[in-house]
Design a protein around this ligand. Structure first.
Ligand code: ADP
Ligand code: TRP
Length: 333
């Protein structure tokens, strides 16, 4: 997608998205969130942050939080986030977001939050129904409105949260005057972008069916070998419908490489072990440049901290402007 095709002039685009630091990134995260964010940073002013306050709604492990934040920062940078283009920061480095969240919560009807399925889903999974989890969409709205973001790329699971953010922006403007905050537009990724997991379901850490972006070669290759296949004998043609191998391969291979793998399926004579090896090779090669970049980042002591500190300074300057406008509008200043 070019800026022109998306209908927006680059200068008018303020793109913002957050990612929760919740463990190792997998290729579903890469193709669904990271790679699109990296592409979008070319098209406007991008604000990308690590949603550490949000992570606290479902886990209370300080060491894990610190590790996950750092790991996500390293991995996002390794995957191509360019700190010269995008403002990259930790959500909690701009505590002003809590003040805006409070202001928004005073115009947020309870019914709006009661409707949110993510709260119900998470409590059904056994996460304690704390207030933070319930108010999660209000903080997320504050994340967006605090930076005057007008374009917010997210997965389908976040669609309802974006609707809450829009509703709260409209409500604040109705209550305190047009222009108090900018009403954001969601960019919802479509279903075709969903990456299949090793067992054929959607790839997700909750299903333990993921292929990580980074890791030991041996381990990663072993995971590919775990892909579910049927018992078609080596010499016979293999079914191409619903094949996890063929669903994943185009992510890493060009058209002619993919066509030759499909041909190998149809022709017979190649066992699943060999077919999986071809997938494993393509997967390993695809991430080679990111792995190299990751090594460089890890070798540069203090680099990640410097990037995040600089990002926080830039984000805070923007947040201060918007918060000042909101404080005046509501009568706090
Ligand atoms: P998980 O399902 O593993 O818990 P998250 O919910 O933390 O993943 O997802 C983080 C981001 O990665 C979201 O933007 C989400 O839309 C995207 N994402 C996660 N899994 C996939 C997938 N299988 N295909 C495409 N995008 C995905
Ligand atoms: N809730 C989002 C997720 O789990 C992360 C997030 C927090 C976010 N604040 C945001 C995404 C603001 C976009 C905009 O994926």
């Amino acid at each position: 997608m070019t800026a022109r095709a998306s209908g927006f002039h680059p200068a008018a685009m303020r793109i913002l998205t957050g990612l929760q630091p919740s463990g190792k990134l997998h290729i579903g995260n890469y193709f669904g969130a990271i790679e699109p964010a990296v592409r979008l940073q070319e098209m406007g002013e991008a604000f990308y942050f690590i949603a550490d306050y949000h992570a606290m709604t479902s886990s209370h492990d300080p060491a894990a939080l610190r590790d996950n934040v750092r790991e996500l920062a390293v991995d996002f940078l390794a995957c191509g986030l360019d700190p010269a283009r995008a403002v990259f920061f930790r959500q909690s480095a701009v505590p002003e977001v809590n003040e805006l969240a409070w202001i928004l919560s005073t115009v947020c009807p309870m019914g709006l939050l009661n409707k949110c399925h993510s709260f119900k889903d998470k409590t059904a999974q056994g996460i304690s129904p704390n207030h933070g989890l319930f108010a999660y969409p209000v903080l997320m709205a504050a994340d967006i409105l605090l930076y005057d973001a007008n374009q917010v790329p997210v997965g389908k699971d976040q669609k309802q949260h974006l609707e809450v953010a829009r509703d709260l922006a409209v409500k604040l403007n109705e209550t305190y005057g047009e222009g108090t905050v900018i009403v954001p537009e969601p960019i919802i990724r479509d279903d075709t972008a969903v990456v299949t997991g090793l067992d054929g379901r959607k790839m997700s850490k909750s299903y333990s069916n993921t292929l990580p972006i980074f890791g030991e070669e041996k381990e990663l290759r072993k995971l590919v070998m775990r892909i579910k296949t049927d018992s078609t004998p080596v010499e016979e043609p293999k079914p191409t419908d619903n094949s996890v191998i063929l669903a994943l391969h185009p992510l890493f291979a060009n058209e002619s490489q993919h066509a030759s793998l499909v041909h190998a399926f149809r022709q017979g004579g190649t066992g699943y072990g060999d077919l999986k090896k071809q997938l494993a090779d393509a997967y390993w090669d695809f991430f080679a440049p990111m792995r190299r970049r990751r090594e460089e980042i890890l070798a540069d002591r203090g680099y990640v901290e410097r990037v995040l500190a600089e990002g926080a300074t830039r984000a805070r300057a923007e947040a201060a402007k918007v918060l000042d406008r909101v404080r005046r509008a509501v009568g706090l200043a």
